[in-house]
Design a protein around this ligand. Structure first.
Ligand code: 6R9
Length: 673
């Protein structure tokens, strides 16, 4: 890139891994790389001094994993408690249906909760919850344990059996965590449905999952409003065939909701007089723990299934390595519980680690743009793990809000969910992390269950790169034939070895599991992303393979075009798609949200016309291949529950096509703005 702010790097002595234009790939099936980002951030001495995992450990772990990957994961499994050890670390006889820790007996709730009651963790805070109006609740491990046991008894009383599904349609509340853990405790399978979804989306998921019971809430607070939820359950149940025998309703927003006598029960009524002890079901390691729906580009959402044993090992190991947890940490991952990040790194991971996890019910900008920072200050948050979309949104409000709060407790930052543009990365690092906190950009998926590619606190960081695979994870970038690509050549990201927290299947559709993830490159897992490595082996995600744009024979990932656009000071958010072009075949079209709180275009406009200015800016940043044909200015961009821009919807709108499944589209109260 033309803008190289070397002053941002504390010690920019590492050879720059630049991507010289002359080496751009022209091979079929490879992705061009246009973005050249040269800033590097060296490990901070203070962080290195307190790190549990230092660079030598990482090297040793990689060596160990490469020589004996099963032994490597077996060691990770030994850090947790099992009722009976496995017969095989990973049974590959029916690949790609890998069975991790086959024959073992366990329950993730034993590790997340039960075992802490016997240790000093018993009276430590497990959960701090803050409601949007400002009400708060704190639960120690012992208190959470008792609540979970009571609700486990409720579920058993309602006739929920091992292996049956419990659907949880709730926002971020303590009861959401309690319901999830209680379901897992009795060996049932939870399916959390994002509270921002419509009754139609809920009905589809009920129809597919066939839950025995539903847990929901009368309503909740979001952006200063009360959002009723229970009526949507009634509506969904009217419109689908289901086995649902009981709906348990948490009383949160004092709404006068209709209750069906034979089916609906208040949470506080059923919890009354329940014993505070409950047996933890002993399950086989491959028994299902939960399912979570993701929507493909077309068709119905798919229920991604995860199992107890492998998932707990993968999540536990990655949380401890990436975030190097300390007994004094207050861990805040801002993800919704209806997203995989909420499962792995708000609930299961932090609880297995015995740390304190913070949950927030409401909108991140309510009542004003400093809400997040006031919460960091109030609770003394030490680790903040969030999404690029939220960072971009907060950037729009400038530095006055973070500057007004004491953020000095923060020691680590993380992001997940989308490529983070170097601009947003540096803003977060400097203004929130004060240049003192490593920023860990973690790549993974609902399907992978755990972080797969990420720096550790002692890694050298490059803004916009997810750095290197976690030890034990074998990642490569290949062309369409599966040949490994040299550095600086983009291609398909593949994972060449199974890993413990991998999904076990698609619920009720084993063929879809094989087709969607294992058929493109037989024997390897294909996540659907395009990426490149640089000369240091660092990985740069270029976007989703489905979104790649072919400009005059050059294949360009959306992440690079969007990062270049985002580096223009007037651009708040953007999404790029390919549109037909007579000469070049295809060119890019951008949908852009400008900073609306700046003077017209922030005074940055050199050309008369903002569209021309942005087109020229992208060309300056990325070179002549990056042809932006048009820029459309928008007040909103379509996003899903985790804030990802849905280019599929932009494309469908552009071409007047059916937008397909929009059930995961974030609308109304959940829309981040
Ligand atoms: C955890 C989660 C998965 C897709 C993934 C990729 C994108 C996630 C990323 C990232 C660039 C990162 N993605 N993390 N892209 N950098 N650090 O996000 O799961 O909702 O299933 O999405 O998100 O495209 O394939 P999920």
């Amino acid at each position: 890139m033309t803008r190289q702010k070397k002053t941002d790097a504390p010690a920019p002595t590492v050879p720059a891994s630049c991507n010289a234009p002359e080496t751009r790939a022209t091979m079929r099936g490879t992705i061009d790389n246009l973005l050249v980002e040269e800033r590097v951030f060296r490990p901070l001495p203070r962080i290195a001094a307190e790190a549990t995992v230092n660079p030598q450990d990482i090297l040793a772990a990689r060596k160990h994993a490469d020589a004996d990957w099963k032994g490597f994961w077996e060691e990770a499994a030994d850090e947790l408690q099992w009722f009976r050890k496995w017969e095989t670390v990973v049974d590959e006889t029916n690949a790609p249906f890998y069975r991790w820790f086959s024959g073992a007996r366990c329950n993730i709730v034993h590790n997340a909760l039960d075992r802490h009651i016997e240790t000093v963790n018993k009276n430590r805070l497990a959960l701090i919850w803050e409601g949007e109006p400002g009400d708060t609740r704190k639960l120690t491990y012992f208190e959470l344990y008792r609540e979970v046991n009571r609700f486990a008894n409720v579920l058993r009383g309602l006739g929920v059996k091992k292996g049956e599904r419990v659907l949880i349609y709730m926002p971020s509340l303590p009861e959401t965590v309690i319901a999830m853990l209680a379901t897992a405790k009795i060996g049932a399978v939870h399916s959390v449905v994002f509270a921002g979804f419509s009754s139609g989306a809920l009905a589809d998921r009920i129809e597919d999952a066939q839950p025995r019971a539903i847990v929901t809430v009368d309503g909740f607070y979001r952006n200063g409003r009360v959002i009723p939820l229970k009526p949507l359950v009634d509506e969904a149940l009217q419109h689908c065939h289901s086995l649902v025998e009981a709906v348990v309703v948490v009383h949160r927003a004092h709404l006068d909701v209709a209750m069906h006598d034979d089916r609906d029960r208040w949470w506080h009524d059923v919890m009354l007089h329940q014993p505070t002890e409950a047996l933890t079901e002993v399950v086989e390691a491959n028994d299902p723990l939960f399912m979570l729906y993701t929507s493909g580009t077309t068709g119905k959402p798919k229920g991604i299934v995860h199992s107890h044993g492998g998932y707990m090992v993968g999540v536990h190991r990655t949380l401890n390595w990436v975030f190097d947890l300390k007994p004094t940490d207050i861990f805040w991952c801002t993800a919704d519980p209806g997203w995989i990040t909420g499962h792995s790194y708000v609930i299961y991971g932090p609880l297995m680690a015995g740390t304190t996890t913070l949950l927030y019910e409401g909108h991140p900008l309510y009542p004003e743009a400093g809400r997040l920072w006031s919460m960091v200050e109030r609770w003394g948050v030490t680790i903040l793990y969030t999404v690029p979309t939220l960072i971009r949104m907060l950037m729009r409000f400038g530095t006055q809000y973070p500057a007004g709060h004491d953020l000095t407790t923060l020691r680590l930052l993380g992001t997940v969910g989308e490529p983070i543009s170097p601009e947003a990365w540096v803003w977060f690092y400097k203004n929130i992390g004060r240049g003192q906190c490593p920023l860990l950009d973690t790549w993974w998926q609902t399907e992978t269950g755990m972080i797969m590619i990420s720096p550790l606190p002692v890694s050298l960081l490059k803004p916009g790169s997810v750095t290197k695979p976690m030890p034990g994870i074998d990642v490569d970038v290949v062309d369409e034939q599966g040949n490994s690509l040299p550095p600086r050549t983009g291609g398909y990201l593949v994972i060449k070895r199974p890993w413990p927290a991998m999904m076990s299947t698609v619920f009720n559709d084993h063929a879809a599991y094989v087709d969607m993830y294992w058929s493109q490159f037989p024997g390897w897992y294909f996540p659907g992303d395009v990426a490149r490595k640089d000369d240091d082996g660092y990985i740069w995600i270029q976007g989703r393979a489905d979104d790649v744009i072919m400009i005059a024979g050059h294949r360009v990932g959306t992440a690079e075009l969007e990062a270049a656009l985002s580096s223009h000071p007037a651009v708040a958010e953007c999404g790029v798609i390919g549109v037909p072009d007579e000469i070049r075949g295809e060119v890019a079209k951008a949908f852009v949200m400008l900073h609306d709180d700046l003077p017209p275009f922030g005074g940055y406009v050199q050309a008369d016309d903002m569209e021309t200015e942005l087109m020229e800016h992208v060309r300056r940043e990325l070179g002549p291949v990056a042809v932006l044909k048009a820029v459309e200015f928008r007040k909103e961009l379509p996003k899903n529950r985790s804030g990802k821009i849905m280019r599929r919807i932009l494309r469908a709108e552009e071409f007047g096509e059916d937008v397909g499944d929009t059930s995961t589209l974030e609308e109304g109260p959940f829309c981040l703005r």
